[in-house]
Ligand binder design. Structure first.
Ligand SMILES: [Zn+2]
Ligand SMILES: [Zn+2]
Length: 135
């Protein structure tokens, strides 16, 4: 198995598993199809992924290190078009829409992006002041 292929196969397993997996879990899953694969290779790749921030590495209470795909906490932003001030919107307003779409279209929804733009109160005030001056 070539290096890139190994990396892909390891990543694939991480993406498919809903729970964090250990290097041994991944090794066991890949071993049958790839007899030449070494556990040390799996470890090396996992460390590399973790180093690159692609995956999260946690030591569990049983002492076993488990890995999972690093997911940014889901959220959206409200951004000021004047000064680029950012406000994080913690609640996702699209969850219900996604479910409805999945139901109506048969799509398996994988995600979305949403950014809302506007003018922050500071910029609105500044603009009003400027207009008042010009009058
Ligand atoms: Zn602003
Ligand atoms: Zn969302």
């Amino acid at each position: 198995m070539k290096n890139t292929k190994q990396r892909c196969a390891i990543m694939q397993i991480l993406k498919q598993s809903s729970d964090p997996v250990s290097a041994e879990d991944i090794f066991a899953a890949l071993k049958a199809e790839n007899p030449s694969l070494a556990l040390s290779t799996v470890y090396r790749n996992l460390e590399r992924f973790a180093g690159d921030g692609l995956i999260k590495k946690d030591v569990w209470r049983d002492g076993i290190v488990r890995y999972s795909i690093a997911q940014e906490h889901h959220g959206h932003y409200l951004i000021c078009t004047e000064c680029s001030a950012k406000i994080r919107i913690e609640d996702c307003p699209l969850t219900g829409i996604e479910q409805g779409l999945a139901h109506d279209t048969g799509y398996e929804i994988e995600g979305h992006t949403l950014t809302i733009y506007g003018k922050c109160p500071k910029c609105v005030r500044r603009e009003k002041a400027r207009k008042a001056q010009n009058q």
